[in-house]
Design a protein. Structure first.
Length: 135
């Protein structure tokens, strides 16, 4: 079955089918199937059968055409489309966003601190401030 799985779209690693069997626990829950990369551990949706799990893993979105339309970076560009962000659960692109790299840019840390103070999402604010304190 693993021979029908495409390589990982992120690192090119081999993929494997993971089956979680609940029958060992005297449970009535059905087995669940998930495909994971053996190298970077990326995974696809959890499914109720192997065919659905393989199909979810093998689904690919062609972003090369989109990438070729992006602005080429140069020293005169400010905020430009340097990164593409995709939703983990669907692979759909997230539009109108940008990436902060606080490990490379101290101003990004300050931006995160200000955001944590301004958001009404208390859990998000706590997570951001906790992350800042650890790094």
């Amino acid at each position: 079955m693993d021979n029908n799985l495409l390589p990982c779209p992120f690192c090119g690693g081999a993929a494997k089918m993971v089956i979680i069997d609940f029958s060992n626990n005297n449970s009535d829950l059905p087995d669940i199937y998930n495909v994971q990369c053996t190298k970077c551990h990326a995974d696809a949706s959890v499914c109720l059968n192997a065919d659905e799990a393989a199909a979810a893993w093998n689904q690919r979105v062609d972003h090369i055409g989109e990438a070729n339309e992006m602005i080429k970076p140069n020293d005169d560009n400010g905020l430009y489309a340097k990164y593409r962000v995709y939703k983990n659960n669907s692979g759909e692109p997230v539009e109108n966003c940008f990436v902060l790299q606080p490990e490379k840019d101290p101003a990004a840390v300050e931006a995160l601190r200000v955001y944590a103070g301004a958001t009404t999402n208390k859990q998000l604010a706590e997570d951001i401030l906790s992350w800042i304190a650890r790094n």
